[in-house]
Design a protein around this ligand. Structure first.
Ligand SMILES: NC(=O)c1ccc[n+]([C@@H]2O[C@H](COP(=O)([O-])OP(=O)(O)OC[C@H]3O[C@@H](n4cnc5c(N)ncnc54)[C@H](OP(=O)(O)O)[C@@H]3O)[C@@H](O)[C@H]2O)c1
Length: 262
């Protein structure tokens, strides 16, 4: 890929996107990352990525601009770089809870705008990225998908579902990690050291995902295969449900969703 990409806001997600692009053979010298504390991007500089705190210069030299600052900073950043954004540049925001209309309001013309919602697994090329835009232009959507396909899987959604995508995909990483931590804690209690319990829990979660991804089965069909009548799996699983396992997860997802604009 020869396109020059400016990532404005080299924090957790900005860095994860840059790492994912580099590990997918994107030329580091074609990536610019901006932030104030540039010393925190030393490892990227060593790989050949251009590091700067100058958003205007970064945008000037880029074909694609990915805005990855916190929601309360996006207006300030858009105002700063607006004079450098033209219709031949691809503008993508990964900022949650900031709509295409709100972005458009900060610019002097009617640009094509994309919102993308990846997660931090982008750094290991295993993100799911939901993409929405105000255009039906297939070519620019293909270009945006090409960038995020380098970071994992992509799906195109209606912008109205962006908050839901933020919760299920981006916050979802945290839910799954907390689940894994719980499994590790349980594993230690039944006899494993932390390292071995982590190895078993992480590979088991990966295996469960692959079973669904590769076979396309419903989770319950795979659960039926491991629940022997009167066996220990169904006993444990039912105890988890009695304690509110699925209900806690659903309620947590809904609470995240209700809190997204607060
Ligand atoms: N983390 C996730 O999993 C995730 C997933 C999906 C979407 N998002 C969205 O992605 C955005 C970034 O999230 P994050 O977790 O990566 O936050 P973060 O770690 O705080 O990163 C934001 C970065 O922006 C930099 N920054 C602040 N002002 C700037 C400016 N004027 N110009 C350039 N850079 C500036 C900050 O660094 P300095 O202080 O050094 O400038 C900071 O490192 C948020 O809007 C969030 O909603 C995050």
């Amino acid at each position: 890929m020869n396109s020059k990409i400016a990532i404005l806001g080299g924090g957790n997600l900005g860095q994860a996107i840059a790492s994912g692009l580099i590990s997918d053979h994107f030329k580091p010298s074609n990536i610019v990352i901006t932030r104030h504390k540039t010393d925190l991007l030393k490892s990227f500089k060593e790989q050949g990525v251009v590091i700067t705190s100058n958003n205007i210069e970064a945008v000037k030299n880029a074909d694609t601009i990915i805005i990855a600052v916190k929601p309360y900073k996006i207006s300030e950043v858009l105002k700063e770089v607006a004079p450098e954004i033209s219709s031949n540049k691809l503008l993508i925001s990964v900022v949650s809870d900031f709509s295409i209309e709100q972005i458009k309001a900060q610019l002097q013309f009617d640009p094509v705008i994309y919102r993308a919602m990846p997660n931090t697994a982008a750094s290991v090329n295993e993100s799911i990225t939901c993409i929405a835009s105000n255009t039906s232009d297939d070519e620019s959507t293909t270009n945006v998908k090409r960038i995020f396909n380098a970071l994992g899987e992509t799906i195109v959604i209606n912008e109205q579902l962006m908050d839901a995508a933020t919760v299920l995909g981006a916050c979802g990483i945290a839910y799954v990690l907390r689940f894994i931590r719980g499994m590790i804690q349980g594993g230690i209690e039944i006899g494993f050291d932390a390292h071995t319990a982590t190895q078993i829990a992480t590979q088991t979660v990966k295996g469960a995902s692959e079973l669904l991804l590769q076979k396309g089965n419903h989770p319950e069909a795979e659960i039926d295969k491991v629940t022997t009548p009167k066996g220990c799996t169904i006993a444990g699983l039912n105890e988890m449900e009695h304690q509110g396992f699925s209900s806690a997860l659903i309620k947590g997802i809904k609470t995240s969703y209700d809190n997204i604009s607060k």
